[in-house]
Design a protein around this ligand. Structure first.
Ligand SMILES: [Zn+2]
Length: 146
Protein backbone atom coordinates (compact mmCIF):
# COMPACT_ATOMS: atom_id res chain seq x y z
CA UNK A 1 0.00 0.00 0.00
CA UNK A 2 2.92 2.33 0.62
CA UNK A 3 4.91 1.32 -2.44
CA UNK A 4 4.99 4.73 -4.06
CA UNK A 5 5.92 6.39 -0.81
CA UNK A 6 8.80 3.93 -0.46
CA UNK A 7 10.07 4.78 -3.95
CA UNK A 8 9.94 8.50 -3.28
CA UNK A 9 11.73 8.08 0.04
CA UNK A 10 14.48 6.21 -1.77
CA UNK A 11 14.61 8.78 -4.52
CA UNK A 12 15.27 11.41 -1.85
CA UNK A 13 18.07 9.30 -0.42
CA UNK A 14 16.43 7.61 2.58
CA UNK A 15 17.35 4.04 3.43
CA UNK A 16 13.94 2.43 2.90
CA UNK A 17 13.01 -1.24 3.00
CA UNK A 18 9.68 -2.17 1.46
CA UNK A 19 8.15 -5.63 1.72
CA UNK A 20 4.38 -5.64 1.22
CA UNK A 21 4.07 -9.34 2.03
CA UNK A 22 6.24 -9.43 5.14
CA UNK A 23 4.77 -10.95 8.32
CA UNK A 24 4.19 -8.67 11.30
CA UNK A 25 6.65 -10.51 13.49
CA UNK A 26 9.41 -10.39 10.88
CA UNK A 27 8.75 -6.69 10.21
CA UNK A 28 9.02 -5.87 13.90
CA UNK A 29 12.18 -7.96 14.30
CA UNK A 30 13.94 -6.29 11.36
CA UNK A 31 12.95 -2.83 12.57
CA UNK A 32 14.43 -3.58 16.00
CA UNK A 33 17.59 -5.21 14.69
CA UNK A 34 18.32 -2.48 12.17
CA UNK A 35 17.03 0.41 14.25
CA UNK A 36 14.38 1.41 11.72
CA UNK A 37 11.11 3.25 11.89
CA UNK A 38 8.08 1.32 10.72
CA UNK A 39 5.85 3.28 8.35
CA UNK A 40 2.46 1.63 8.22
CA UNK A 41 -1.24 2.18 7.69
CA UNK A 42 -2.08 -0.78 9.89
CA UNK A 43 -3.47 0.36 13.26
CA UNK A 44 -3.79 -3.28 14.30
CA UNK A 45 -0.04 -3.70 14.06
CA UNK A 46 0.59 -0.74 16.34
CA UNK A 47 -2.05 -1.55 18.94
CA UNK A 48 -1.74 -5.27 19.23
CA UNK A 49 1.98 -5.79 18.75
CA UNK A 50 3.09 -2.84 20.84
CA UNK A 51 5.39 -1.35 18.21
CA UNK A 52 7.20 1.73 19.52
CA UNK A 53 9.15 3.41 16.72
CA UNK A 54 6.45 3.75 14.13
CA UNK A 55 4.68 6.27 12.03
CA UNK A 56 1.05 5.68 11.22
CA UNK A 57 0.44 7.04 7.74
CA UNK A 58 -3.02 8.56 7.34
CA UNK A 59 -3.06 10.17 3.89
CA UNK A 60 -4.08 8.26 0.78
CA UNK A 61 -2.14 10.36 -1.68
CA UNK A 62 1.52 9.25 -1.84
CA UNK A 63 2.77 12.82 -1.92
CA UNK A 64 0.79 13.74 1.18
CA UNK A 65 2.18 10.61 2.79
CA UNK A 66 5.65 11.91 2.06
CA UNK A 67 4.78 15.21 3.74
CA UNK A 68 3.48 13.35 6.80
CA UNK A 69 6.79 11.55 7.10
CA UNK A 70 8.83 14.76 6.73
CA UNK A 71 6.64 16.57 9.22
CA UNK A 72 6.60 13.90 11.90
CA UNK A 73 10.27 12.97 11.68
CA UNK A 74 11.33 16.62 11.21
CA UNK A 75 13.19 15.81 8.03
CA UNK A 76 14.75 18.85 6.43
CA UNK A 77 17.50 17.46 4.27
CA UNK A 78 17.37 15.34 1.17
CA UNK A 79 19.98 13.61 -0.88
CA UNK A 80 18.27 12.94 -4.20
CA UNK A 81 19.71 10.38 -6.59
CA UNK A 82 21.80 8.59 -4.01
CA UNK A 83 19.70 5.43 -3.70
CA UNK A 84 18.06 3.09 -6.18
CA UNK A 85 14.26 3.49 -6.15
CA UNK A 86 13.87 -0.14 -7.21
CA UNK A 87 16.02 -1.94 -4.66
CA UNK A 88 17.31 0.62 -2.11
CA UNK A 89 20.93 0.02 -3.21
CA UNK A 90 23.43 2.86 -3.13
CA UNK A 91 24.22 4.68 -6.36
CA UNK A 92 27.75 5.23 -7.55
CA UNK A 93 28.86 7.83 -10.10
CA UNK A 94 29.91 6.73 -13.52
CA UNK A 95 33.09 8.58 -14.36
CA UNK A 96 33.27 7.78 -18.04
CA UNK A 97 29.84 7.84 -19.61
CA UNK A 98 31.00 5.73 -22.54
CA UNK A 99 30.75 2.81 -20.11
CA UNK A 100 26.95 2.96 -20.20
CA UNK A 101 26.47 3.99 -23.82
CA UNK A 102 24.73 0.69 -24.65
CA UNK A 103 22.56 0.71 -21.52
CA UNK A 104 20.59 3.94 -22.04
CA UNK A 105 18.58 5.39 -24.93
CA UNK A 106 20.71 7.32 -27.42
CA UNK A 107 18.91 10.60 -26.67
CA UNK A 108 19.76 10.23 -22.99
CA UNK A 109 23.39 9.39 -23.72
CA UNK A 110 23.76 12.47 -25.90
CA UNK A 111 21.93 14.96 -23.68
CA UNK A 112 23.06 14.04 -20.18
CA UNK A 113 26.51 13.93 -18.66
CA UNK A 114 25.91 12.86 -15.07
CA UNK A 115 25.09 9.17 -14.70
CA UNK A 116 24.87 6.87 -11.71
CA UNK A 117 24.59 3.13 -11.34
CA UNK A 118 23.00 1.08 -8.56
CA UNK A 119 25.69 -1.06 -6.94
CA UNK A 120 23.15 -3.78 -6.19
CA UNK A 121 20.93 -4.19 -9.26
CA UNK A 122 22.88 -2.23 -11.89
CA UNK A 123 20.06 0.14 -12.84
CA UNK A 124 21.34 3.32 -14.50
CA UNK A 125 20.14 6.75 -13.37
CA UNK A 126 20.65 10.21 -14.78
CA UNK A 127 19.49 13.68 -13.89
CA UNK A 128 16.30 13.41 -15.91
CA UNK A 129 15.26 9.96 -14.70
CA UNK A 130 12.43 11.20 -12.56
CA UNK A 131 9.26 12.83 -13.77
CA UNK A 132 9.09 16.58 -14.01
CA UNK A 133 5.91 16.56 -11.96
CA UNK A 134 7.72 15.05 -9.01
CA UNK A 135 10.44 17.68 -9.16
CA UNK A 136 7.84 20.45 -9.27
CA UNK A 137 6.07 19.04 -6.23
CA UNK A 138 9.35 18.67 -4.41
CA UNK A 139 10.13 22.31 -5.08
CA UNK A 140 6.79 23.18 -3.50
CA UNK A 141 7.93 21.50 -0.30
CA UNK A 142 11.31 23.14 -0.36
CA UNK A 143 9.61 26.52 -0.64
CA UNK A 144 7.98 25.86 2.71
CA UNK A 145 11.22 26.97 4.29
CA UNK A 146 12.89 23.59 4.52
ZN1 LIG B 1 19.03 -1.13 -7.54
Amino acid sequence: MLGRLARWMRFLGFDTLYSPDISDSRLIRIAKEQDRYILTRDTHLIEVKGVKDYLLIKADDPFEQLLEVFDTLQIKQFNPLSRCVECNGLLTSILDKREIQDSVPEFVFLHFNVFMRCIDCGKIYWEGTHPKKFREKLNEILKKGW
